[in-house]
Design a protein around this ligand. Structure first.
Ligand SMILES: Cc1ncc(C[n+]2csc(CCOP(=O)(O)OP(=O)(O)O)c2C)c(N)n1
Ligand SMILES: [Mg+2]
Length: 593
């Protein structure tokens, strides 16, 4: 092994310029060696994918370079796994597959990672440079496919540039937080080159201008009822402490943006819960009253700020201060009074310092604390009432409540797209950031299990639980074989309501109970999982649920719980905003109103 490689394999805080493996000055090596050396220099110790001849020369060097190759059953899941891994470690991850079909299998998951702002680099080996355009075997143009779902794309146009372009990809994945594609004509994994190996830089972001901080600090200080929305940027930017200090200074309620329930400690007296679908009514009521809203590390996504429970809570007359690392999301969906491109932690800190200078002796506002407490209690009581129905089959809400009370406080939960996974938003509370990984706004079924596998690989010390609907489970269950082979002890809870429930709800509300394509006929998922070598149980009675979940977590084995729930208790349609009552003009469809 070369001097320097093998050091700092599992960097905790992301690639650093000091202490990482480097090979300087320019040294003779093969381009496959440059490839794995660059990955090692970036702190990559795990690569997910499916084996393929296209990159076999580099693959052969993964192990000696200190990289674990994690083979999956479908390439989509390699990217979801990399997504979960990057989100939990807060470091960029890496995936690779065979040119052509292996790469097109990546697409859905890359789109999901793009909208989840997940930093990752994925390598797409492509047709050999002398065969491009001939349609020889496993060829398709691989750059246009990903052009709208990547932060940057590059094709290694000469083997000599392997290290340089791969390093650049990592820089952009971190700086712009999203997937970056490195396409490598497969013959460029071969050949002797001279190159240097060193890690990419990590961008440090600031706080916007001094004038903006002054203006925002004044607006917040003078507000009658300031409120804060903590978004994904608070999680990714390690800004919880600064957000909390700012909120405490202001006595401002803090809502988490949609599916970022881990952006603020749920037990804190100022926490009001998550916004968005099946979010907290308390959070919505409190935001509705605000005259100044600080949206911190938050793009104010349109779906996450839609009216819910019939409450159009967005405060239209409030002054909105939006802070985000990505200038492109500023003012995108809402009218903003002060738009700051900045790091969430540093900006929160700067705002607090400036406000303290303006008004050092600000007192805690007991009226606000009492209001938050009252709203939170009333929402908690409503959830309690909604979750009170006992009997078999178990009601999904009852099960959601029992499970959330059973799993250890520091658990990581991933959720899928589906009715029950989405209703889970009302039940999942977190004290620490990077504990909740939902499918985010690309909204693809099939996210949560592979993402949970990646999360567990990133933080083996934490319990990791995936919530998956039975429909979505059909897209993911093959990966139980991966979990068993690679010993990844994630607990999957499969919500078995024998239907694609979220879509069925639309048929109930809009399509006269005509259930085209929404009924499922499932095998016993526990028996299937057991046949794959996993620990598994079928749960039909409420009395068995908590113990089964506890046993699965304690087993230390990949586990699948086939949780049979009733199909009556479905939430609001997910997309009431986008559906219309059917209109039929042709006679033969008249009955389908
Ligand atoms: C890849 C993909 N295909 C289809 C959809 C449309 N879709 C949204 S929710 C849903 C139903 C999910 O059913 P299930 O996983 O059983 O969960 P449930 O709603 O029953 O809780 C479907 C099909 C989607 N979001 N993603
Ligand atoms: Mg279902």
């Amino acid at each position: 092994m070369k001097a320097g490689t093998g050091a700092v394999r599992a960097a905790e805080t992301g690639p650093q310029l000091v202490g990482q493996p480097t090979t300087r000055p320019r040294t003779k090596m093969t381009s496959s060696e440059a490839f794995v050396e660059t990955l090692a220099a970036e702190g990559i110790t795990l690569v997910s994918g499916i084996v393929g001849s296209a990159y076999m020369d580099a693959l052969d060097l993964f192990e000696p370079a200190g990289i674990r190759f994690l083979p999956v059953c479908h390439e989509q899941n390699a990217i979801h796994m990399a997504d979960g891994y990057a989100r939990i470690t807060n470091r960029p991850s890496f995936a690779i597959a065979q040119n052509g079909p292996g790469i097109t299998n990546f697409v859905t998951a890359v789109a999901a990672a793009y909208w989840a702002h997940t930093p990752m680099v994925f390598c797409t080996p492509s047709a050999g440079s002398m065969g491009i355009g001939l349609g020889g075997f496993q060829e398709t143009e691989q750059l246009p496919i990903f052009s709208k779902i990547t932060k940057w794309q590059v094709q290694v146009n000469r083997p000599e540039r392997m290290a340089e372009l791969l390093r650049r990809a990592f820089y952009i994945a971190k700086a712009e937080r999203g997937p970056v594609q490195v396409d490598v004509p497969r013959d460029y994994f071969y050949g002797e080159i001279e190159t240097e190996i060193y890690p990419s830089e990590t961008l440090q972001r600031g706080t916007g201008s001094a004038e903006q901080i002054e203006e925002a600090a004044r607006a917040l200080s003078q507000a009658k009822f300031p409120a804060i929305i903590a978004g994904g940027g608070v999680v990714q930017g390690d800004a919880v402490a600064q957000t909390r200090a700012l909120a405490e200074y202001l006595t401002a309620p803090v809502a988490c943006s949609y599916l970022h329930n881990d952006a603020f400690p749920a037990s804190h007296e100022l926490a009001s819960g998550p916004l968005g679908y099946q979010g907290s009514k308390a959070a919505m009521q409190l935001i509705a009253e605000a005259d100044v809203v600080l949206a911190l590390g938050c793009r104010l996504g349109p779906f996450g700020t839609l009216p819910q429970y019939g409450i159009d809570y967005w405060p239209k007359d409030a002054q909105i201060i939006q802070v985000d690392a990505d200038h492109r999301v500023l003012g995108l969906t809402k009218r903003i009074a002060i738009a700051i491109q900045g790091d969430a932690a540093q900006t929160a800190q700067a705002l607090l310092e400036r406000m303290r200078a303006l008004a050092p002796g600000r007192t805690r506002r007991s009226d606000v604390l009492a209001k938050i407490d009252e709203r939170r209690k009333s929402w908690a009581e409503e959830i309690e009432r909604l979750s009170s129905r006992r009997g078999e089959p178990i009601s999904p809400r009852r099960a959601l409540k029992i499970i959330s009370e059973t799993i250890p406080k520091d658990s990581v939960v991933t959720t899928d797209i589906g009715n029950i996974s989405s209703v889970a938003n009302s039940y999942l509370h977190f004290e620490e950031p990077r504990r909740f990984f939902a499918a985010m706004s690309f909204g693809n079924c099939g996210y949560s299990y592979p993402a949970a596998l990646g999360a567990k690989l990133g933080r083996p010390d934490l319990p990791v639980i995936a919530y998956v609907g039975d429909g979505a489970w059909g897209m993911s269950l093959a990966e139980v074989m991966t979990a068993v082979r690679e010993q990844i002890p994630v607990v999957a809870i499969v919500w078995n309501n024998r239907e694609w429930g979220a879509e069925k709800r639309n048929q109930i509300d809009y399509y006269g109970n005509r259930f085209a394509g929404t009924n499922l006929a499932n095998p016993d998922f526990a028996a299937v999982a057991r046949a794959m070598g996993a620990n598994a149980a079928k749960v039909e009675r409420e009395s068995e649920l908590a113990d089964t979940v506890r046993d699965a977590l304690e087993s230390g084995k990949p586990s699948v719980i086939n949780l049979v729930v009733d199909s009556q208790e479905l939430g609001e349609p997910f997309r009431r905003d986008a559906l219309k009552k059917p209109v039929r003009l042709l006679d033969r469809y008249k009955g389908f109103q």
